[in-house]
Design a protein around this ligand. Sequence first.
Ligand code: PMP
Length: 446
Amino acid sequence: MNQRVLSERARRVIPGGVNSGQRNVPGLGDLVIAQASGARFRDRDGREYVDYHAAFGPPLLGHNDPDVSAAVAEAGRTVDLCGVGVTEDEVELAEALTELVPSVEQVLLTSTGSEATFHALRVARAATGRRLVVKFQGCYHGWHDAVSLNVISAPDRVGGKDPISAGILPEVLDATLVLPFNSADAVRQAFAEHGADIAAVIVEPVPHNVGCLLPEQEFLRTLREECTRAGSVLVFDEVITGFRHHLGGWQAISGITPDLTTLGKAIANGYPVGALGGRADLMDLFSSRPGGPAFFAGTYNGHPAVVAAALATLRKLRSEPVHEHVFRLGERIRTGLAEVFSSLGVASLVTGYGSVFVEYFMDGPARTYDDLLRNDASMFIGYRRRLLDHGIFELPLNLKRSHVSYAHTDADVDHLLEAAALAAGAQLATGAELDLSGASTMGGAR
Ligand code: PMP
């Protein structure tokens, strides 16, 4: 059955035809994935793509890494979810996370990143007895209500006026303040006005949900200082940065240690694992009596198959030159793309970190979300749509980042750079003809 027929069947029984909001990509409504391996996936009609979208970030080792797959299969032969007690692998994984991530003294496993950020905010409120949460423009922390302000919400649109979804109580959104990223002054001012009521500050240390904004040290230091002074809980949401940028996350790179850390994505190379870790006195609130004072639960938490995937992923990240490889290819891509766009005379800012790259079509630099408003969305999306014709998949949605994995090769990078020149050249020549309707929404993020 070809993919047009299959995707029509999907739309009849799955709302929007896909199982997550931003898999619904304009122009790709008929895409049916048939096979994935290493740096590539193939669609149902037999077209193969070199995959830089990487499922929004998990497969740092590449799709279906054989060592990870073998560990999952072995877990399936020996143990199963029993819903009581703990397995040896769960203990080993928790010990590994406490060793690797500076802030993590104790850790709990979830199935997703959203659950981890949800529980981080819950325990921060439980610990402080306070109401407010501070988040930053451009950061995404999952689908739950407290953080469901549109990633582009401006500070003056706080208070439920700009939610990512219908169906959220305005009073929940009222308890979330949105500040501009990289503004130490805005942080100081928010603490001066509301400090005694701020339970938590949650931040993506690198807001990759709008591509890549690199954090200024002074900004991160100010978060740490103000939270410490006011007795608020600082949460680094390292769902993307954790393991991908460093085994200890951005906190190991920056030397700034939060109170709580949320993890996910690259931790298990694509298997559903999230984690919430941090200061033992905070984490202990989940255990000081059965079910409380902070409640934490989940039928699938610590499932043996996904824990085995996480252990196998971490083992490989520690024993093979994964970071060296993906950082080198990432740098080749950033440098190469900047040269390609400059030789075509198109304004571009090619940025990223390590294995992550993003090509904005604008003059640099970009410090805050507002700077990204200069990006030419139609060039960004049109360029990426044209890359598809060359067998390259970067998600054709505005401001999305791209990722390199351990399975990508120098030949893949050569291919990308050749295709980039052709795709950007063609888009510059005929860009206005593309229908970009719906493809430049920046409301959601993954
Ligand atoms: N935090 C960040 C920084 C994320 O990027 C995401 C998902 N992209 C989440 C939290 C939510 O994770 P999940 O989709 O696994 O619930």
